[in-house]
Design a protein around this ligand. Structure first.
Ligand SMILES: NC(=O)c1ccc[n+]([C@@H]2O[C@H](COP(=O)([O-])OP(=O)(O)OC[C@H]3O[C@@H](n4cnc5c(N)ncnc54)[C@H](OP(=O)(O)O)[C@@H]3O)[C@@H](O)[C@H]2O)c1
Length: 424
């Protein structure tokens, strides 16, 4: 019998995530402190994943079930068939529950009694409410979302005092980018401050081959982001960035991502930007053309954008089949004294590493690294400074290349060695 595309995706993810593909040091990490703590706990932690039938939620469920098999997972979504397909790939410590996050009664029932809720039921763009966080606060359940929208993340911050008063820890924008990239930036800034100079400049550059195996939600998200106002036009300001081994030099373009505002505010860096690029090159041209030519208001209208996605989706899938789904994030930081440092993260499967990244945040929160309140990942109350290194180490599992706090020439693809330890 032939399997459905979702089943094939789940098989592929499962195969990549299974221990036989891990290198020995990564295998050793399977018995991490959180898992030990969770196993020692009589009832074990209960984790609710909203949007578990989607790419990010499903990948998070697979990562958590592999890394922390003692956690009890509740996979929530509106599509039981897809939920049950995912369940078959996960250890017996999981169940599917039907939840519509727009229905407060169904949501509250699902959240009640859990230890943490992971909100991956996007898109977050143009969402009018923060039902999930509101409900987590009233049920006194920890909260983490993978939001990639500035307005939404700022709205969750508006609930900070309420979360603090209820003693509920919450983190917004805790995926891979934004998420792990914010923590990388926070560490670069901290290390440079300890050393010399004040922050001057921070640049996030992201590359994903094809759609990165993204679901239709991400396609909508990408178009909706093109409709967001920037000082400069979205998908303009092209730069050629060297993502080092495995990816090389790629064109990236400005996008309005939440980490620009949060890093500026939290890390006190005067100049912050975020850029994104994809391949093949014609996807970049298409994104640029949509940003320039779409009639005013079109890219702010979710229904219209979803129609556009319906049209583009089959073509995107066909192209994905041959370009793969490499992902790379490069964070460049510079101080007022001119000291430059770089962090780089490259993985060959976005659909795998996004779940590993989210699971690293969940594990940190269960270990008590987050204070009550609503935080961005780069805030020390969000992820405690002492917990950053282990979070990055966990998130970097399976990467082709992961480096932190290096000079740019050290990570670029082909530094020329002139001899006597001198490079150009
Ligand atoms: N921060 C990061 O690093 C990062 C990275 C990637 C993606 N994202 C964001 O993560 C989100 C998910 O992306 P994805 O690729 O996983 O999308 P996806 O594959 O389309 O999945 C979206 C999921 O949300 C569920 N959902 C939507 N509305 C719902 C509702 N009212 N009630 C319950 N479930 C609902 C969908 O369930 P149904 O099957 O019932 O429709 C589906 O399971 C997007 O907003 C994306 O922008 C963030």
């Amino acid at each position: 019998m032939s399997s459905s595309p979702l089943q094939q995706q789940v098989h592929e993810l499962h195969a990549l995530l299974s221990p036989k593909f891990l290198t020995p040091p990564q295998c050793r990490r399977l018995s991490s402190p959180i898992c030990a703590a969770a196993s020692a706990h009589p009832s074990n932690a209960k984790v609710l994943i909203l949007g578990a039938t989607g790419r990010v939620g499903g990948s998070t469920a697979l990562a958590l079930s592999r890394l922390c098999p003692d956690l009890k997972l509740f996979l929530a979504g509106r599509n039981r068939t897809r939920g049950e397909q995912l369940l078959r790939q996960i250890n017996e410590n999981a169940e599917f529950i039907h939840v519509d996050i727009d229905n407060m009664t169904s949501l509250e029932k699902a959240i009640d009694g859990k230890d943490i809720v992971v909100h991956a039921a996007g898109p977050f763009q143009r969402k009018e409410h923060c039902n999930v966080l509101e409900s987590a606060i009233s049920s006194k359940v920890a909260y983490v979302d993978v939001c990639d929208d500035q307005e939404y993340s700022q709205r969750t911050k508006g609930l900070h005092d309420k979360a603090k008063a209820a003693n509920v820890p919450a983190i917004t924008t805790a995926g891979i980018y934004p998420g792990v990239s914010n923590v990388m930036a926070a560490e670069l800034v901290r290390l440079a401050k300890a050393d010399e100079g004040e922050p001057e400049f921070l640049r996030f550059s992201y590359f994903t081959a094809g759609s990165g195996g993204a679901g239709p939600t991400i396609l909508s998200t990408s178009f909706l982001l093109l409709g967001e106002k920037l000082l400069l036009k979205p998908y303009s300001g092209r730069l050629e960035i060297d993502f080092g081994k495995g990816v090389g030099r790629r064109s990236v373009y400005l996008l309005n991502l939440p980490e620009v505002a949060s890093a500026h505010e939290v890390l006190g860096v005067p100049s912050v930007s975020a850029r994104f690029g994809t391949e093949p090159m014609f996807w970049n041209w298409a994104m640029g053309a949509v940003a320039s030519l779409a009639p005013p208001g079109f890219l702010k209208d979710r229904a219209k954008v979803e129609k556009l996605v319906g049209f583009a989706n089959p073509l995107v899938r066909a192209v994905d089949g041959f370009v793969g789904e490499h992902v790379s994030m490069r964070v460049d930081f510079e101080t007022t004294t001119g000291k430059k440092s770089v962090g780089l993260f490259t993985h060959k499967k976005l659909s795998v590493c996004v779940g590993v990244a989210v699971s690293a945040f969940v594990r940190a929160m269960l270990e008590g690294s987050t204070q009550p309140g609503v935080w961005y990942p780069e805030e020390p109350e969000g992820i405690a400074i002492e917990a950053r290194e282990i979070l990055l180490e966990r998130a970097a599992e399976g990467t082709l290349n992961f480096v932190m706090n290096k000079s740019p020439w050290m990570i670029e693809q082909d530094p020329k060695r002139l001899g006597l330890g001198i490079y150009a």
